[in-house]
Write a protein that binds this ligand. Structure first.
Ligand code: HEC
Length: 179
């Protein structure tokens, strides 16, 4: 009697948890249709080489000839030194870590930040926390805009060939952050 009851309880628990687990994974698995997100990445203003949306969220800028803003270029480099080992080259994902070029489009900026600062664990699947790592935290906006540009297919795979110069403001912020 007890046994049947606990089996039933287990089955019920699994069936309620499964959709949640699937949901937790979905932002990276979900394909990106760039035209649906155009408003979320549109440049509203520039602050000395850094580009922002109307909601003050950092975004990328790619010129017609393929020249990328400095942050996108820097994000490419930082991503490949800190994240690529798990998330695969160009944000494409691997067998054990999600395709975060899509996550950068589907996740809210603050949620994206939160996962990187605090880490996340889902059974054996572990995203480390980077909140105390200046090599990540001082460049997280760069990594974010780079991945967003990848998710939106605004930049091809590989190292961007042409980039804007690093501005004085970006240099100052970097020095202040790295200490
Ligand atoms: C040691 C391997 C590892 C490294 C290094 C790593 N990650 Fe992760 N990351 C993971 C795993 C595994 C997950 C999935 C966690 C889960 O299942 O909840 C993840 C999840 C994420 C997510 C959530 C994706 C989503 O769709 O919900 C983001 C965002 C993320 N990582 C960003 C980064 C960034 C940025 C870096 C580099 C600074 C990085 N990760 C470095 C393993 C890693």
């Amino acid at each position: 009697m007890m046994r049947t009851a606990s089996h039933f309880f287990f089955a019920a628990a699994v069936s309620t948890l499964l959709p949640l687990a699937a949901f937790a994974q979905s932002s990276s698995d979900q394909p990106v249709k760039p035209e649906e997100h155009a408003d979320e990445v549109a440049v509203a203003y520039e602050d000395d080489g850094m580009y922002f949306t109307e909601d003050d969220i950092p975004t990328y800028k790619v010129a017609e000839d393929g020249t990328v803003d400095w942050m996108t270029f820097s994000g490419f480099r930082r991503y490949h030194s800190e994240c690529h080992v798990c998330h695969g080259p160009d944000g494409e994902g691997s067998t054990y870590a999600p395709k975060i070029k899509n996550s950068a489009v589907h996740l809210d900026y603050y949620d994206f930040y939160d996962v990187v600062v605090n880490g996340r664990q889902n059974g054996n699947s572990v995203m480390p926390h980077f909140g105390d790592n200046p090599n990540v935290m001082c460049y997280l906006n760069d990594i974010y805009v780079y991945l967003k540009a990848r998710g939106m297919d605004a930049v091809p795979r590989g190292r961007p060939a042409k980039k804007e110069a690093k501005s004085d403001l970006i240099r100052e912020m970097e020095n202040d952050c790295m200490g």
